[in-house]
Design a protein around this ligand. Structure first.
Ligand SMILES: Cc1ncc(COP(=O)(O)O)c(C=O)c1O
Length: 477
């Protein structure tokens, strides 16, 4: 059976128009609108991936691996023609219910009208001034309003670079060199933080802190000299380590909910504990809210859990699909950028189009007292509850953990995944088979089993998704 959901006539027309205009004349790889119309009109896809595969072969001649982010290596090499709302259309005319959402940013769905309208309006204004424009202050004020700890805000383009800005300013503020990061957490692809994110779990009983595990060839071990790795969700580990090493630790950086290794909530009291030990030892607490920001609520995880970090990094959902990132935090720390003591710079920082997209995104999410979040949460919760019910009915050890707007499926007998080591025990091969089977039914979670939900996902999407999950888990799971 092919795709099992229905697409509205309006959505179909938009997809066809976009596909036609994007691909006209592109390498003869596709003859677009005919395929899309032929497939989508009946809601049954061509169920082959020939055009994606031939695109991938051609792209591999020009682009290493045929992809522009290593995260995209190793998946079924899909090439997309367009996205609209909760759906993506690939070159073969398959239409997916998308839960990857660009790895999180598309919180309002693909091509959301308020954002595309703002971007259209921005285009005639010019893009970069090497000077200021009004949207910077508008967005900064929005962040100050939405995010409890955002006394001052600086903008950049990516989460990776703003993480570096956070670590740099924390070092300057405390006069100390080191930082603690946690096993399994991802804070971007730069050498000093890309450690112990994947691979076998460390054994704290053998070595404490955990030995640094580089994640790519070419990575500088010297760049990790100030990086200290501990297990997450372990209060005793961090307390003990800081007691002995606080003299060299400037910062603790953590995702408040671990979202790059499953979706692992903090254990009750854990974030409070981090806050307390940071206060005790003059350590800057940095929340990496690149995923949780504007996703777990308008004020991110920090508002949801009621913890005030010293600094926080935002990206992804902040821009509704456009590239923008922010570092926000305490006036006394952030002020070091303002008096020129600490450098944070970038040609494209606060460019007009990204900032106007972000303003439109945050304003849309803020409407009606941010009422959209209860709908978002309800949609995701229905998916989570539905998947749990299916797994139970079919006696399958599938654990679904997380929150309505971002959750994770794992095949494990454990009743809780609480850190990297427990995540690592889950059956990765079964997870891959599950995701691949869903993809063939045009349901697209991320390849690592994380599901992002947008405000564009509908009840019908949820029902179609649960039917597909039920079919996939029927056999051979
Ligand atoms: C928690 C977290 N921090 C930082 C980053 C890096 O952000 P970017 O990809 O925008 O550089 C990511 C990206 O996935 C992330 O999930």
């Amino acid at each position: 059976m092919g795709c099992i959901f229905h697409i509205s006539k309006k959505e179909l027309e938009r997809a066809v128009i976009r596909e036609g205009s994007i691909l006209k004349g592109a390498d003869g790889i596709n003859s677009p609108s005919q395929d899309v119309a032929g497939c989508a009109a009946v809601g049954t896809p061509s169920q082959n991936f020939d055009k994606s595969e031939s695109y991938h072969r051609a792209a591999s001649e020009a682009i290493p691996g045929g992809v522009n982010s290593n995260v995209r290596l190793g998946n079924l090499p899909l090439c997309f023609a367009s996205g609209s709302g909760s759906k993506l259309t690939d070159l073969d005319g398959n239409i997916y219910i998308d839960y990857a959402l660009g790895m999180g940013p598309a919180i309002l769905g693909h091509a959301p009208a308020p954002v595309t309208k703002a971007v259209e309006a921005s285009l005639g204004l010019g893009q970069l001034f090497a000077g200021q424009h009004n949207s910077e202050l508008r967005l900064a004020r929005l962040l100050q309003t939405c995010v409890p700890s955002a006394e001052l805000v600086r903008f950049g383009m990516t989460g990776s670079e703003m993480v570096q800005a956070a670590l740099r300013v924390a070092r300057a503020f405390t006069g100390k060199p080191g930082f603690i990061k946690f096993e399994g957490q991802y804070h971007g692809w730069f050498d000093n933080v890309l450690v112990n994110q994947s691979g076998p779990a460390g054994d704290v009983h053998k070595a404490f802190p955990l030995p640094i595990r580089l994640q790519t060839q070419g990575q500088s071990i010297n760049a990790t000299a100030d990086t200290h790795v501990l297990p997450w969700n372990d209060e005793a580990a961090v307390a003990r380590y800081l007691e002995e090493n606080h003299g060299v630790i400037a910062a603790i950086i953590t995702e408040p909910v671990m979202c790059n290794t499953g979706v692992i909530p903090p254990r009750p009291g854990y974030l409070e504990h981090l806050r307390a030990v940071c206060d005790k030892h003059n350590v800057v607490l940095i929340f990496d809210e690149v995923i949780t920001g504007f996703r777990l609520g308008l004020g991110g995880a920090q508002a949801r859990f009621g913890i005030r970090p010293d600094l926080s990094v935002f990206a992804k959902a902040l821009g509704g699909g456009f590239p923008v990132a922010a570092l926000a935090g305490r006036r006394d720390i952030m002020g070091l950028f303002g008096d020129g003591s600490v450098n944070q710079s970038g040609t494209y920082n606060a460019n007009v189009v990204s900032l106007m997209a972000a303003v439109a995104t945050v304003e849309t999410l803020s409407e009606g007292n941010a009422a959209v979040y209860s709908r978002l949460e309800a949609t995701g919760t229905k998916l989570i509850d539905g998947m749990r019910e299916i797994a139970e009915r079919r006696s399958i050890d599938m654990l679904v953990s997380g929150y309505g707007s971002v959750f994770h499926t794992a095949f494990t007998r454990d009743t809780e995944i609480y850190d990297y080591a427990s995540h690592f025990r889950a059956d990765a091969a079964r997870q891959k088979a599950f995701i691949d089977a869903l993809l063939k039914k045009c349901i697209r979670p991320t390849s690592r089993g994380t599901w992002f939900v947008s405000t564009a996902h509908s009840e019908t999407d949820v029902d179609s998704t649960l039917s597909a999950v039920d079919e996939v888990l029927a056999d051979p799971f």
